[in-house]
Write a protein that binds this ligand. Structure first.
Ligand code: 5GP
Ligand code: MN
Length: 336
């Protein structure tokens, strides 16, 4: 691993830079990527954000959104940019499997690879690493990278601040998770001072549902919520027909799992949805319960202790049954 501080020199002259983030990017993935983007373009670097897939509509207001390249919609252009890059920043993920087919392109590129991430167990594909699992968001680490590694805090302008605020807001579940430390609040205060309009960002992220999405939420809570009191666990499951009936798109299901977690007794909540090609699981937990352990061991996934995800190639019913069948193993932790 190379010394992170030496990136200062490397970034002294204009470079060809690609920023990428994980499959189905969330608020932190896009916020951290576009935050870094707005920093780098001020220095004259030729910078492109390439996402492996599309991302939710509720993030499309982010400054710089119109410049983002979606890999699946621009295969050749993306491959060329990745192959010719001097530097590739990998944000909010730490294993190349998380960026689908782009993973091999990144691996093969002769560019220096810089990982900025807060997930457990990083894979060894990078040359530079700014990694801390205690960070509440990759956006927090991008702030730290600009302010404390590159010593360029003065370049955190309104666009940088807006994007980084969005990443921290969404990944800390609106400043609610245990990793929302006093340091995070100080960073957020600085981002507001730098131009992030906090109340407006909240509105754009959380008060921008379609009517369908709200009715879908009602359907999930009324008809798809199953509480398992003996395990302090709640499940919300969604069929392909549900998705079609309510015209549910990428991002519309985000956050629904938190309603299951909002039941006082519930320590573990699962949102299980039958997507086109696989069944996707989103797990959330309270306190010490390791949701990521379940995803990693049983559902080809991972994530953080309190927010993790995974998948299954089984049917929806088979996946729900499998999830239920592993709960006895975790019972002691769940009923503490
Ligand atoms: P979500 O439930 O919002 O899809 O994901 C929650 C967290 O788990 C995110 O921080 C994400 O990075 C992680 N995660 C979700 N799906 C996967 C997966 O398939 N593999 C891994 N390693 N992490 C995942
Ligand atoms: Mn993140």
């Amino acid at each position: 691993m190379l010394d992170l501080a030496s990136l200062t020199e490397l970034l002294d002259q204009p470079r060809k830079i690609v920023i990428t983030t994980h499959h189905k990017p969330d608020g932190d993935a896009m916020g951290s990527s576009l935050g870094l983007y707005h920093y780098l373009i001020q220095l004259g670097h030729h910078t492109k954000v390439i996402t492996p897939t599309d991302y939710p509509e509720f993030l499309s207001w982010l400054p710089g959104n119109e410049d983002v390249i979606i890999y699946t919609e621009a295969l050749q252009q993306s491959a060329k940019l990745i192959a010719e890059a001097d530097l590739i920043f990998c944000l909010d993920f730490n294993s190349l499997g998380r960026i689908n087919e782009m993973g091999e392109l990144v691996r093969e590129s002769s560019a220096y690879k810089v990982m900025i991430d807060h997930h457990l167990e990083p894979e060894d594909f990078d040359d530079y690493r700014h990694w801390n699992i205690n960070a509440c968001a990759a956006a927090q680490l991008v702030y730290d990278f600009i302010a404390n590694v590159l010593h360029k805090k003065e370049l955190i302008n309104k666009d940088v601040a807006t994007c980084l605020y969005t990443g921290i807001l969404t990944d800390s579940a609106s400043f609610r998770l245990p990793n929302t430390t006093s340091t995070v609040h100080r960073i957020v205060a600085e981002l507001i001072d730098a131009g992030a309009v906090n109340w407006r960002i909240h509105e754009l992220i959380y008060n921008s549902s379609s009517e369908n999405r709200l009715r879908f939420l009602g359907h999930c809570l009324a008809n798809r919520l199953e509480v398992l009191p003996e395990f302090n666990t709640a499940i919300i499951w969604v069929t392909k027909e549900d998705l079609a009936k309510y015209d549910i798109n990428t991002g519309d299901t985000e956050g629904i799992v938190n309603y299951a977690l909002s039941i006082a007794s519930v320590r573990l909540a699962a949102f299980i949805v039958d997507r086109k090609d696989r069944v996707k699981l989103s797990l959330r937990s309270k306190g010490e319960f390791p949701a990521n352990d379940i995803c990693k061991r049983y559902f080809e996934g991972g994530g953080h202790r309190n927010a993790a995800g995974g998948q299954s190639m089984d049917t929806l019913e088979g996946t729900i049954n499998k999830f239920k069948s592993i709960l006895p193993e975790y019972k002691k932790l769940l009923i503490q």
